[in-house]
Design a binder for this molecule. Structure first.
Ligand SMILES: [Zn+2]
Length: 227
């Protein structure tokens, strides 16, 4: 009895796995047979370039950016999208701060090689006044699609901004390398201010990071599903 029960259980598990695999494969191919959208996630900074540092905890932006990027990758893949990252580990594309230009060029190479539907660059912000806070999205002002992407993501992030900061923000244009280096719709997401103690606490909170990533993925999905 035990033995046949185990066999049944194994068969049931294998069937479930096969169904899941089929469902997942199906999600990667659009009805017309075209491939699922591909998204480049660019976790800002890394290696010797830690980016900005947490006011209280000393956490580096590079660590938080990578953590959020890995969660975002999973969320987008769960939704059936293909994801390519410009950086996959704590280290970075280039080793030292003096190699910043090389680092940025390698990120650009990854984007151009991937030919993505869109690019999301993940960062954390800093401001001289520690009062300033909230999640803020930037786009290249010469890119209408980049602007549409940034607004879609900002709208979703504003749900969290309203809850935590008490106000919404508009997506802003900005002159940044990662926004200007390719023709693909691109947005920089500044997930919060590490110069603000409340934002820092949120960014260090695993539950909040998951909420943030779901809103980011919602914004990306909405952008891809509408014209
Ligand atoms: Zn940054």
């Amino acid at each position: 009895m035990l033995k046949s029960k185990s066999v049944m259980l194994i068969i049931a598990l294998l069937t479930a796995t096969a169904v899941t695999a089929l469902a997942f494969h199906g999600a990667l191919t659009a009805p017309g047979g075209s491939a699922a959208p591909t998204i480049v996630i660019d976790p800002g900074h890394g290696g010797a370039d830690g980016g900005v540092t947490g006011k209280n905890s000393g956490v580096t932006e590079a660590e938080i950016n990578l953590e959020i990027s890995l969660l975002l990758e999973k969320s987008l893949e769960d939704r059936g999208y293909n994801v390519v990252k410009t950086r996959t580990a704590e280290g970075t594309v280039a080793k030292a701060g003096s190699e910043k230009l090389l680092d940025m060029e390698k990120r650009k190479e990854t984007i151009l090689k991937t030919v993505p539907d869109l690019v999301i660059s993940v960062h954390c912000n800093k401001f001289p006044s520690s009062e300033r806070r909230g999640a803020q999205v930037f786009f290249n002002k010469f890119s209408d699609e980049g602007k549409r992407l940034a607004e879609s993501v900002q709208n979703k992030l504003n749900i969290l901004n309203m809850e935590n900061v008490g106000r919404a923000f508009s997506a802003l244009s900005g002159d940044y390398y990662i926004l200007n280096c390719s023709p693909y719709p691109s947005a920089i997401v500044e997930c919060g201010f590490l110069s603000n103690a409340s934002d820092e606490a949120l960014l260090l909170n695993a539950d909040y990071r998951l909420q943030l990533v779901e809103k980011l993925a919602d914004g990306v999905s909405e952008y891809l599903l509408t014209d």
